[in-house]
Ligand binder design. Structure first.
Ligand code: FES
Ligand code: FES
Length: 204
């Protein structure tokens, strides 16, 4: 009889093998627990808060969070840093963009726990000593917003866009900023702002 995948013989052999394998894998664990008079450790209640330290804008912030908390909610609801905006909450508008170790991420799709040990930069961390970051200044100079809701995410994304080397032309800027939606359609002014700030950011 041929041992084809659909044959009764091979199906029986596979069941027998899996049953034997499962049994042999369990025996040492149960035998050891019985010998030591212990039971397996209880599973941790996933609803309990988890302690985490987030480094945000150069400062360590200790928090106790539900493990499922997004970075956006940790920033807005727990740290009261409301500059990062919740637009779609589905990773599609870019309003929640922050930098993690200089990479742009949508914080609504990033778990806060995953960001532990990394440098998180939000819009609140850009200005220094009453001086706006060059990208913030360029947005003001070029009137690159109307309602302003998308603006923090646009600015964070624009800084990364320049540092990635994707601001060499208007076409590049449009392409690499396309993840940030502006419902007021301030796009021409946003492109102008990125062009203005790029040389200063590259220069450092
Ligand atoms: S709120 Fe995060 S991408 Fe829209
Ligand atoms: S300025 Fe209103 S959504 Fe961009």
């Amino acid at each position: 009889m041929s041992d084809t995948p659909g044959s009764k013989q091979s199906a029986f052999d596979r069941r027998a093998f899996m049953a034997g394998a499962a049994g042999s894998a369990l025996v040492p664990l149960t035998a050891r627990a019985a010998a030591e008079g212990t039971s397996a450790p209880a599973a941790r209640d996933p609803s309990l808060p988890v302690d985490v330290t987030l480094r945000v804008n150069g400062k360590d912030k200790r928090l106790s969070l539900d493990a499922r908390t997004t970075l956006l909610d940790a920033l807005r609801e727990h740290l009261k840093l409301t500059g990062s905006k919740k637009g779609c909450d589905h990773g599609q508008c870019g309003a929640c963009t922050v930098l993690i170790d200089d990479r742009r991420v949508v914080s609504c799709l990033t778990l806060a726990l995953v960001a532990e040990g990394q440098e998180i930069t939000t819009i609140e961390g850009l200005a220094t000593d009453d001086r706006l970051h060059p990208m913030q200044q360029a947005f003001v100079d070029n009137d690159a917003f109307q309602c302003g809701y998308c603006t923090p995410g646009q600015i964070m994304s624009a800084i990364a866009c320049v540092k990635e080397g994707h601001a060499g032309s208007e076409a590049d800027i449009r392409e690499y900023m396309s993840g940030n939606i502006c419902r007021c359609a301030a796009y021409p002014n946003i492109v102008a702002a990125v062009k203005q700030a790029a040389p200063e950011i590259v220069k450092g």
